[in-house]
Design a protein around this ligand. Structure first.
Ligand SMILES: [Zn+2]
Ligand SMILES: [Zn+2]
Length: 280
């Protein structure tokens, strides 16, 4: 089994440890490879994304670490790039894609507050509610459907190697407080999105970051969505969205078991020769 994690953050963004610390944590967990995926730069001010003037240093540092640890672990240079409503992947993100070994396409931003500042779906429930009120006239269903439409649009236009944390809205929807995940319209929105993704080359990430950070008891996406992904034969990859060294392999054993129990026969991983699938 090729143990790996391609979704890890560092102090270049909102991660708590250096890239080298994350690599050493992966070595300690007997990983054969690790990808560093700092939050990419955004065309507006953001505290949790890498600052544009640090990007070159980041690339040099990961490439240096790649060489330093080449006999111990494969290191990949990645980024988690933001697909932004009304913008998509901005010019900087598009040019970065060519310099990286891989990227994760993610949606964090869903709209603008009345003051013109963009809000994210994952910060906290108050911000999510305020965002839904100010961008979607309080219509949570419209907000959720917009989120899934954006993922479809990103997948069809760019086919990101990895689609990050599908169902991220779940993070602040404890006990279905904002919308009911059992509603038929929710199922339909997810179904439409997966039907778009299935015609692309993208893998969907099974992300344990919500569990690692104490927000959710379940991975993103939920098990019922994983069943829908399986029915469509969409490839999956298991990542932990690690922001700390402790989170490097959060619930991986459980996730391998879960995908196997659901009938998946392989998971995607990255090698120096490109993307491959390994049997589980
Ligand atoms: Zn993310
Ligand atoms: Zn992340």
């Amino acid at each position: 089994m090729h143990l790996t994690n391609l979704h890890t953050h560092t102090t270049y963004c909102d991660g708590k440890f250096s890239a080298e610390d994350m690599i050493l944590a992966a070595v300690k967990s007997n990983f054969q490879s690790i990808g560093i995926s700092t939050h990419g730069p955004t065309p507006f001010v953001s505290e949790w994304n890498i600052q544009l003037d640090k990007v070159e240093k980041y690339i040099d540092e990961i490439n240096f670490l790649k060489r330093k640890y080449k006999d111990i672990i494969e290191v990949f240079l990645g980024m988690e790039l933001d697909y932004i409503p009304g913008i998509g992947f901005d010019e900087t993100s598009r040019s970065l894609m060519k310099k990286l070994d891989y990227y994760i396409g993610s949606i964090h931003y869903l709209g603008y507050f009345k003051n013109g500042i963009m809000w994210t779906v994952d910060y906290n429930i108050e911000e999510l509610l305020q965002g839904i009120n100010e961008s979607f006239n309080g219509d949570a269903r419209f907000a959720v459907e917009t989120y899934y439409n954006l993922i479809s649009e990103m997948a069809v236009k760019y086919e990101p190697p990895i689609i990050g944390h599908l169902e991220f809205l779940k993070k602040n929807n404890k006990k279905n407080i904002i919308f009911d995940e059992n509603d038929i319209w929710y199922f339909k929105a997810v179904e439409k999105c997966l039907d778009a993704i299935k015609n692309t080359s993208s893998s969907i990430e099974i992300n344990t970051g919500g569990i690692a950070r104490g927000y959710t008891s379940e991975q993103y996406p939920s098990t019922f969505i994983l069943k829908m992904i399986k029915e469509r034969n969409i490839p999956v990859i298991i990542n932990s969205d690690a922001h700390t060294i402790e989170g490097i392999d959060c619930k991986f054993t459980e996730m391998y078991k879960l995908v196997k129990d659901l009938g998946f026969d392989s998971i995607t991983y990255l090698t120096n020769e490109g993307w491959k699938k390994q049997k589980i």
